[in-house]
Design a protein around this ligand. Structure first.
Ligand code: INI
Length: 156
């Protein structure tokens, strides 16, 4: 078989990224942002090609992602946040809403928008996913953003 295949390469050189970071739980989102920036740099992205917008919490992410998508200057966007279950059902409601809204921004804009928001049941799970036992979700979200940006550039 000699099929045409499309594969996004993990080379971020020349690609432009927008990152939206929540201040809520910034103990964790700061680590996720560090991971994302490290991943982008290791794959060849230039500092001048990365822009960061801070929002109060995960709930505010979709609007800012939408504005950045409309700017038309990025190859991919990355949402970084940490939603941790607490005493109220607030976190659960935020998670479902925000994940759906992020997917909607991506589909409506045609731009890869990667969901790097950690959804954790408790602090231990958040610690695991923000740079310890389970890796760094910010790093892996950035890797996905690079692959998707490169893939979308190739698609007919
Ligand atoms: N925002 C988060 O990013 N993470 C959370 O865990 C969280 N919890 O649990 O409440 C949270 N709430 C704030 C929310 O995102 C909005 O900023 C706020 O409701 C104002 O719109």
């Amino acid at each position: 078989m000699n099929c045409k295949e499309y594969n996004g390469q993990l080379n971020a050189k020349g690609l432009k990224f927008g990152i939206v970071v929540s201040r809520h739980n910034d103990l964790f989102t700061g680590q996720l942002l560090k991971g994302a920036l490290d991943c982008l740099a290791r794959h060849g992205a230039a500092e001048k090609d990365i822009e960061i917008a801070w929002v109060p919490g995960a709930f505010e992410q979709p609007l800012v992602l939408k504005k950045l998508a409309q700017a038309g200057k990025y190859n991919a966007l990355i949402a970084i946040g940490a939603v941790i279950q607490g005493a109220t059902p607030h976190a659960g409601l935020i998670n479902a809403q925000v994940a759906r809204a992020i997917a909607q921004v991506s589909l409506e804009s045609g731009l890869p928008v990667v969901d790097g928001i950690v959804a954790a049941e408790n602090l231990d799970q958040a610690i695991e996913r923000c740079g310890s036992k389970a890796g760094n979700r910010g790093w892996s979200a950035a890797q996905t953003a690079i692959e998707m940006a490169a893939l979308v550039q190739q698609l007919p």
